[in-house]
Design a protein around this ligand. Sequence first.
Ligand SMILES: *Cc1c(COP(=O)(O)O)cnc(C)c1O
Ligand SMILES: [Zn+2]
Length: 446
Amino acid sequence: MQQGKPPKTWFQCIECRARYPINSIIYRCKACRSLLEVQHDMQELRRRDASEWKKLFQQRYKSTQWPYGSGVWGKKEWVLPDIDDANIVSLYEGDTNLFWAERLGKQIGLDDLWVKLCGNSHSGSFKDLGMTVLVSMVRQMIAEGAPLQAVACASTGDTSAALAVYCAAAGIPAIVLLPRGKISTAQLAQPLANGALVLSLDTDFDGCMRVVQEITEDETIYLANSMNSLRIEGQKTVGIEIVQQFDWHVPDVIVIPGGNLGNVSALGSGLTMMKDLGLIDRLPRIVVAQAQRANPLYRAYLKNFEVVEPMQAETTLASAIQIGNPVSMAKAIRTLRQFDGMVLDATEQELADAAALGDRTGMYNDPHTGVALAVLIKLVQAKKIARTDRVVVISTANGLKFTDFKVGYHEGKLGFEGVHRNRPIELAPNVAAVKAALQKVLEARR
Ligand SMILES: *Cc1c(COP(=O)(O)O)cnc(C)c1O
Ligand SMILES: [Zn+2]
């Protein structure tokens, strides 16, 4: 922190508005126990006008000017201005591709469907966007003399992968608590490879979350879950980035899968900031997609958010959103109210078939993107989204992390017959057998 200058950011309670310094070790309000969020000195940010911000962000976009070529740090002034560049731990996260899913869109009744591939990032999910900010702040606090020994998180697989990567890059010990048997093989391999201390607990994510909150009451172990609002500051760049990639035009609808619900509040926060600072003059609609087996937000939505209850999440293929008691429920509800939001859920077969349908058009979807696509298909069928609407689906992780899901689908081992199942044809290694098989297949296509 620069000595003597007033801070440009601070933590603020979302309920009672109590403030805490940005370099304090705190995750909830001391007065009322509510969630905190990072607030910025907007007066300071208004010293640049909208066109100056656009120009600055554009100059830095994908440049090699460290660390500003990162999608997150290219927006440093809006994310975490009170940090010395020397403490930033960046792997050039963000600035992921946004592409026109033309063929899939036509098949489901949309002319202007786009997919934001957040999984094309260093550790293979959007979690990198938040973790670069959190680990950078930890490095700064250590440099300032804070007695931090390690950073810890509970995870459904992607948070731990991101934490392990950034901590390894910074040389800071990482501790991850995982629900045993409930994450993919790749997600287990990632923190092991990066040298994290991996604790595999015989419980679910909510159980791991309860334990890690107690462990991190010891202030020398820093909590890296998304209730730590530093992560939200990095993740909020996704919405800003989408608008920037559309040449500063706002799409009509953004669909995002939700579990612990930090990411939807981050998406809302970035877009709100753009509007407050005059870079855009309207907001998109936000749709949160949940797995039917872990749908506490959907249940609350059906009751107009008047009854909000945790539930016991059941096993779902969308393992990263198998969460029954989302930490950021209150923030997500606030976002949905601001963005004319909708919430829908998807069954196991719906999410798997939607992922596979997308794959048939050249995507390679993880199950969570499958949840978002399944919900989108239902909304188009129900005419809640129009053919001409510009829709962006946020794809949260790389499909390559979920080989078990893909193989299970095409081998027919998920407990249902996938509509888009594609089986290998086993043949003797000779030309006649291959020719016969080809003829059969090509005839069937005619
Ligand atoms: C973490 C995660 C989500 C859910 O994000 P929340 O902030 O917990 O709602 C969705 N998809 C993937 C792949 C994730 O890793
Ligand atoms: Zn408070």
